[in-house]
Design a protein around this ligand. Structure first.
Ligand code: FAD
Length: 505
C-alpha cells in the first residue's frame, strides 16, 4: 500500500511520487454521517493520535479528521522491501519520557537500532568540505591512537561548548528546568531575541577554521534556516534538554531509531484507539473551516461536502499551517500572528541506498559548499547496501530541492566519495508540503517569549495540541505525545464535569 506522500528514485523507475508505508489507512473513512461526537481531533500526527487514543480509552466518542491518506504527520516511515526509511521524525531516547512510555506500553523497547556506526572495520570515514575542497580524513592519517571520528566529535564539541557557554555554566543558569522554561522567562528574553547569526558573530573569533566549518555544518541542520532568522534560544533549549553536554546531545538526538520505523509506533497508537470502538476517522479530508457555535463545534472539509459536529475540538495542525484554516470566531491575534510568522525550519531529509558497504561509517559535513549539509550512515539495507541519511536546508546557495532535479541530488551524494554507487533515493520535501510547511519547529528570534503561551490557550470549545508549542521536548516526537496527552486530559475532565452545559467564549 502506497501513500501519496514522499518520493522514490531508482535507475529503473526514475522519480516516482508516493512510497509504501505501514501508516496508510485503508479504507480511508469510517464514520457515521450526522453523528454528534464528543470530540473532533484535526490532524493524525503524534499529538492528534495520542489525543484520540486517550480520549477514546476514557470513554469519549472521537472523530479524527486528517488531510493525508496516512497517520503520523511529520513522523512517518516508508517501507521499501521491508526496510524503513524515516521521512521525518526518527530518533528517540529513554530521556524522552513520553515517547519512552509509549514504547514500553507496546513492548517495543527491544526494537531500537543504532544509526551512526563509527567503530567498523577500517575505521570511520569522515569528510569535510573546507573552502570548497573536500577533504577525507582517513584512518591512516591518524597516529593510530585517535580515530578520525573522535577528531570530528572533539572538534564539534569544542566549538559547541564555546557557542553555548553564555553564563559560565553552559546554559544551566538560563534554563535550570529544561522541561519548563517558564521558570525563568525573564532570563530567557535576551537569548530568545538573539539570532544564531548574532551568537556566531560573538563566538567566531574564538573558533579555529576547522571548528567553525564542522560546527556550522552541524548547526545548519538543527534549524535548517538562514542564520539570522533562527533563534539562538532554541539551541540553548535543545542543549539543556540533552543534559547540557555534547555526548548526550548526540546520543539522545541522533542515535536510536525504531527497527520497523516510526509508522510502526504510530500504527500501535491508532489501532489501540480504533479497538475501543469509539474512534471514527476520515482521511484524505483537509479541513477548511471551524465554527464554534457555543453549544457545538462544526468542522467543514475543503470539499465543502462533509460537515462534522462535536462538543469540543482539538486542533493539532502544525504552527505553520494554522493560519490556513478559517476559525469563527476568529483566532486571537497572537495565535494568527505566530502562525503567519511561522517557525523557520526548512530542512529536507534525503536518503540514499549506495552499493558501498564501506560508507556505513561515513560522517560528512559539507556546509557551506554542498547541498547535503550533514550526512551519515544510517543502516544496512536487506540487499547489504549502505543506507545514508542526508540533510539539506533552505540556506542560500545550497538549497536542496530534490523533486526539482533529482540528478543534482544524486550528484551531491556521488561527490562525497570516488566510486559512490547510488542505487536509490528516498525523500520527503517538507517545505513544499502544504500540510506541514516546514520540518520540526524552530522559532524565530523573539517568538518563544512573545507567542508560546498564547499558542497553547484554548479558544472557546477549540483546544490546541502540538509538538510545535508543547512543554518539554518541543519540536520532537516526545513533545507531540506530551501535548496530545495533556490536552486530552483537560478536554476529558471538562466534558465529564460540564455535561450537558454549553461553554462560551
Ligand atoms: P504533525 O505530525 O505535523 O501532525 C499534524 C497533522 O495535521 C498532520 O498529519 C497533517 O497532515 C494534519 N493537517 C495539517 N493541515 C490539516 C488540515 N487542513 N486538515 C486536516 N489535517 C491537517 N523529532 C524527534 O523526536 N526526533 C527526530 O529525529 C526528528 N527528526 C525530524 C526530522 C524531520 C525531517 C522532521 C520533519 C521532523 C523531525 N522531528 C523529530 C520532529 C517531529 O517529527 C515532530 O515534532 C512531530 O512529529 C510533530 O507532531 P505533531 O503531531 O505535533 O504534528
Amino acid at each position: 500500500p502506497k501513500s501519496r506522500d514522499g518520493y522514490q528514485w531508482t535507475k529503473a523507475t526514475g522519480l516516482v511520487q508516493g512510497v509504501p508505508t505501514l501508516g496508510l489507512i485503508q479504507p480511508s473513512t469510517h464514520f457515521t454521517r450526522g453523528k454528534h461526537y464528543d470530540v473532533i481531533v484535526i490532524g493524525g500526527g503524534y499529538a492528534g493520535l495520542t489525543t484520540c487514543r486517550d480520549l477514546a480509552l476514557a470513554g469519549n466518542n472521537v472523530l479524527l479528521v486528517e488531510a493525508r491518506d496516512r497517520i503520523g504527520g511529520r513522523s512517518w516511515s516508508s517501507n521499501i522491501g521491508g526496510y524503513p526509511y524515516e521521512m521525518g521524525g526518527t530518533w528517540v531516547h529513554w530521556h524522552q519520557p513520553f515517547v519512552w512510555r509509549e514504547l514500553r506500553r507496546y513492548g517495543m523497547m527491544d526494537q531500537l537500532e543504532i544509526s551512526p556506526r563509527k567503530n567498523v572495520e577500517g575505521g570511520a570515514k569522515v569528510t569535510v568540505n573546507l573552502d570548497g575542497e573536500v577533504k577525507h580524513l582517513s584512518h591512516d592519517e591518524e597516529d593510530g591512537t585517535v580515530t578520525n571520528s573522535a577528531i570530528q566529535d572533539a572538534t564539534v564539541e569544542s566549538a559547541f561548548k564555546k557557542f553555548i557557554n553564555v553564563d559560565g555554566q553552559f546554559g544551566r543558569s538560563v534554563i535550570p528546568y529544561p522541561h519548563d522554561i517558564e521558570f525563568n522567562m525573564a532570563g530567557v528574553q535576551e537569548y530568545d531575541h538573539m539570532s544564531m547569526a548574532d551568537r556566531m558573530a560573538q563566538v567566531a573569533p574564538h573558533l579555529t577554521p576547522l571548528e567553525k566549518n564542522m560546527f556550522e555544518g552541524f548547526l545548519a541542520i538543527t534549524h535548517g534556516a538562514k542564520w539570522e532568522e533562527a533563534s539562538f534560544f532554541e539551541l540553548l533549549r535543545w542543549w539543556a534538554l540533552m543534559n547540557y553536554n555534547y555526548p548526550d546531545f548526540m546520543a539522545i538526538g541522533l542515535t536510536y531509531k525504531l527497527r520497523d520505523g516510526q509508522s510502526a509506533l504510530a500504527r500501535r497508537i491508532f489501532d489501540e484507539a480504533v479497538a475501543t470502538g469509539r474512534l471514527d476517522y476520515s482521511f484524505s479530508t483537509p479541513v477548511r473551516d471551524v465554527i464554534d457555535h457555543g453549544d457545538r463545534v462544526e468542522v467543514t472539509a475543503r470539499n465543502g461536502v462533509e460537515v462534522f459536529k462535536a462538543r469540543r475540538l482539538v486542533c493539532t495542525v502544525p504552527l505553520n499551517v494554522l493560519h490556513t484554516l478559517a476559525f469563527t470566531p476568529g483566532l486571537p491575534t497572537l495565535k494568527t500572528e505566530a502562525s503567519l510568522a511561522g517557525h523557520v525550519n526548512q530542512v529536507v531529509k534525503c536518503h540514499a541506498e549506495v552499493a558501498n558497504p564501506e560508507m556505513r561509517s561515513l560522517g560528512a559535513t559539507n556546509y557551506p559548499n554542498g547541498r547535503l549539509t550533514y550526512t551519515f550512515g544510517d543502516g544496512t539495507t536487506p540487499a547489504g547496501n549502505t543506507h545514508l541519511v542526508a540533510f539539506g536546508s533552505s540556506l542560500p546557495g545550497v538549497h536542496l530541492d530534490p523533486e526539482q532535479d533529482i540528478q543534482v541530488t544524486k550528484k551531491a551524494f556521488e561527490e562525497f566519495y570516488p566510486g559512490m554507487n547510488v542505487q536509490r533515493l528516498v525523500f520527503h520535501n517538507w517545505h513544499k508540503d502544504e500540510f506541514a510547511r516546514g520540518a520540526w519547529e524552530w522559532l524565530r528570534p523573539g517568538m518563544t517569549t512573545k507567542y508560546l503561551q498564547a499558542l497553547r490557550e484554548r479558544h472557546g470549545n477549540v483546544f490546541f495540541a502540538s509538538s510545535d508549542s508543547s512543554f518539554g521536548w518541543r519540536g520532537f516526537i516526545d513533545g507531540a505525545i506530551d501535548d496530545g496527552g495533556r490536552v486530552a486530559k483537560i478536554v476529558h475532565d471538562e466534558l465529564r464535569d460540564v455535561r450537558p452545559v454549553a461553554s462560551k467564549l
